[in-house]
Design a protein around this ligand. Structure first.
Ligand code: NAD
Length: 491
C-alpha cells in the first residue's frame, strides 16, 4: 500500500491548505487504513474558488483563444502520461481498483478518451452560417457563434474518478470555460492531481480550481446555488442529481447530469454461445461499481434452468479469484467504503425478504482483510418489480430475470426508472438490432459491441440523466449558442 502525498486545494493557480488548516483522512478501501491527509475545504475556500474562476473567465481571453486552450490541454495530458505511476497508485490504493483493471479501465482508458476529445475538437463548429434573409429590403446576414457557457462547477463520483474528472475538466476547458472541480470525498487525490499538473503545465490562474472536503454536500451545494457559477456538470446518484436540479432552479442553472443506471443485458434464446455469454455476465467488474454495468440479466424462460447452472459454475470458478491486492490480473477488489458495504448488505437482505433466491454469495467477507469486501452475489427467481431489480445497488450483485419472448424482454428492460445502458445477444443480428432500437437507453451494446469511447456521446434517458458526455456532443454541453444577425451592406 502506497502512502500518498498530502492533498492540497488548488485555487487561483496556488496549491495550498484549507484556510482553517483542517485536513481529513483519505482511507484505502483495501485496508481501511489512512493513506493520505487531504485539505478539508470550508465555505471560505469554496467562495475563493468561485471568485477565482469567475475572475479568470471574465477578465482573460481564455474563452476566445482556442489554440492556446488546445495546447495547454494537450500539455496537461502529456504531464498525466508522464505521471502514470502516480495515477496507478491512486487508482489502486485510493479508488480500490484491482490491478487487472487499474491500467486499462481506470487510467489508460481515461487518458485515451482525453486524447480523443483533443483530436475531435476541430469538429466542434464554433461558427454556423444560417444564410441571408431579406426583410423589407434590408438584408441580414445571420450567423451562429458557440460560446463558452462560463464558470463550470464539476461535481464527480468515486468509481472511475480519472475518467469522469477528465470528461468534465477537459470538455469544459476545451469549450473555453473555467472550471471548479469538486471530487468525491472518498477519492480526493484523483481530483487534486488535475489542479497540481495544470499549474505545472502553465494554465492561467483561476482557470482550473480543485476543492476537496470531507463533507459530501457543502461545496457542491455552494456551487449549485451561486449565481456566479453558470453550469453544474454532475455525475453521481439520481437522488443528488434531482436535488441539484431543484436547488439550481433559483439561478436557472444549466445542469448536465450523468446519473445512475440499472441496465439490462438481454440474452435471446437463439444466442449460439449461450453458455459463454451467460457465464461471462457475472457482475464482478470493479465490484459492480459502474453506472453502466449490466446489473439485470434477462434470460428466456425456456433456458432459465440452463442459465442458472451456467451462472453457478461461473461464480464458483471465480470464487477465489477476487479481492487480492497483489494479483496482477484481478478485476474485483473491495467496494469503496464501509458505508457502501453496509448499503449493499442491506440490499442483499432486502432481496431475500422480497422472495428472490440467492444463487451464490450474499456475504461481507471480513476474512479478506480490514477493507470493505463484499462477495460476488447473484439472485435468481427475481421479478422486475422487486426493489433489487428497480434500484441501483452499485455493488457486485446481479439479478437474473426470466422473460417469455422478445416483446416481454423489451418490456422488462424498459420498466425501469433508469435508461443508461444495455446489451442484446442473438445469433440473428437483425433481430438483435430490432430489440436494441426498442430499448430506452442512451447506449446499447449488441453482441458485445463497444458503445462507449471518448469520441462517442454517452448519457442517459429517463432518470439516468440529462445531456451527453464525451464526443463533440460532450463538448457542446459546455457551450451556449449566440445568433447575430447583421446588416453589412448599408444603403
Ligand atoms: P453521490 O451522488 O453520492 O455523490 C456524487 C458527488 O456529489 C460527490 O462528489 C458528492 O460529494 C457530491 N454530493 C453529495 N451530496 C451533494 C449535494 N447535496 N449537492 C451537491 N453535491 C453533492 O454518488 P457517488 O456515491 O459518489 O457515486 C455513485 C453514483 O454515481 C451511482 O449512482 C452511479 O450510477 C453514479 N455514476 C454515474 C455515472 C454516469 O455517467 N451516469 C458515472 C459514474 C457514476
Amino acid at each position: 500500500m502506497t502512502l500518498l502525498p498530502t492533498g492540497k486545494l488548488i485555487i487561483n493557480g496556488q496549491m495550498r491548505d484549507a484556510q482553517s488548516g483542517k485536513t481529513y483522512e483519505d482511507i484505502s478501501p483495501w485496508t481501511g487504513a489512512t493513506i493520505a491527509h487531504v485539505a478539508d475545504a470550508s465555505a471560505a475556500d469554496v467562495e475563493e474558488a468561485i471568485a477565482s474562476a469567475r475572475h479568470a473567465f471574465d477578465t482573460s481571453d481564455w474563452s476566445r483563444d482556442h489554440q492556446k486552450r488546445v495546447g495547454l490541454v494537450q500539455k496537461l495530458l502529456d504531464l498525466f502520461i508522464a505521471n502514470r505511476d502516480r495515477l496507478v497508485a491512486i487508482a489502486r490504493d485510493e479508488v480500490g481498483s484491482a490491478n487487472g483493471m487499474v491500467l486499462w479501465a481506470q487510467v489508460d482508458n481515461a487518458l485515451k478518451c482525453w486524447q480523443d476529445l483533443i483530436d475531435l475538437f476541430p469538429r466542434v463548429q464554433f461558427e454556423k452560417d444560417f444564410g441571408d434573409v431579406n426583410v423589407g429590403g434590408r438584408v441580414s446576414r445571420r450567423r451562429g457563434f458557440l460560446e463558452a457557457v462560463g464558470v463550470v462547477g464539476a461535481i464527480t463520483p468515486w468509481n472511475f474518478p480519472f475518467f469522469v474528472n477528465a470528461e468534465k475538466v477537459v470538455s469544459g476547458l476545451l469549450a473555453g470555460c473555467t472550471v471548479i472541480l469538486k471530487p468525491a470525498p472518498d477519492t480526493p487525490l484523483a481530483g487534486t492531481i488535475f489542479g497540481e499538473l495544470a499549474i505545472e503545465a502553465g494554465f492561467p490562474a483561476g482557470v482550473l480550481n480543485v476543492i476537496t472536503g470531507s463533507d459530501p454536500a457543502l461545496a457542491g451545494e455552494m456551487l449549485v446555488r451561486d449565481p456566479r457559477v453558470d453550469l453544474i456538470t454532475f455525475t453521481g446518484s439520481t437522488g443528488v442529481g434531482k436535488r441539484i436540479m431543484r436547488e439550481g432552479a433559483d439561478t436557472m442553472k444549466r445542469v448536465f447530469l450523468e446519473l445512475g443506471g440499472k441496465s439490462a443485458n438481454i440474452v435471446l434464446e437463439d444466442e449460439p454461445n449461450f453458455a459463454q455469454v451467460v457465464g461471462q455476465s457475472i457482475l464482478i467488474f470493479h465490484a459492480g461499481q459502474g453506472c453502466a454495468v449490466q446489473s439485470r440479466l434477462l434470460v428466456p424462460k425456456s433456458r432459465y434452468e440452463e442459465a442458472k447452472a451456467v451462472l453457478k459454475a461461473s461464480y464458483e470458478a471465480y470464487a477465489d479469484a477476487w479481492g487480492h491486492y497483489d494479483d496482477p490480473h484481478g478485476i474485483m477488489g473491495p467496494v469503496i467504503s464501509r458505508r457502501q458495504q453496509e448499503r449493499i448488505k442491506d440490499y442483499i437482505h432486502l432481496g431475500v425478504e422480497e422472495g428472490a433466491t440467492l444463487l451464490v454469495g450474499g456475504n461481507l467477507r471480513l476474512d479478506k482483510g480490514d477493507g470493505w469486501f463484499v462477495e460476488p452475489t447473484c439472485f435468481v427467481d427475481v421479478r422486475n418489480d422487486m426493489r433489487i431489480a428497480q434500484e441501483e445497488i452499485f455493488g457486485p450483485v446481479l439479478v437474473v430475470i426470466p422473460y417469455e419472448d422478445d416483446d416481454d424482454a423489451v418490456r422488462i428492460a424498459n420498466e425501469s426508472p433508469f435508461g443508461l445502458s444495455g446489451g442484446v445477444w442473438s445469433g440473428d443480428i437483425d433481430r438483435a438490432m430490432r430489440v436494441a432500437h426498442r430499448i430506452r437507453t442512451g447506449n446499447v451494446s449488441v453482441n458485445g459491441g463497444m458503445s462507449m469511447g471518448g469520441d462517442l456521446p454517452f448519457g442517459g434517458y429517463k432518470q439516468s440523466g440529462i445531456g451527453r458526455a464525451w464526443g463533440v456532443e460532450g463538448i457542446e454541453e459546455y457551450l451556449e449558442t449566440k445568433v447575430i444577425g447583421s446588416v453589412e451592406a448599408k444603403a
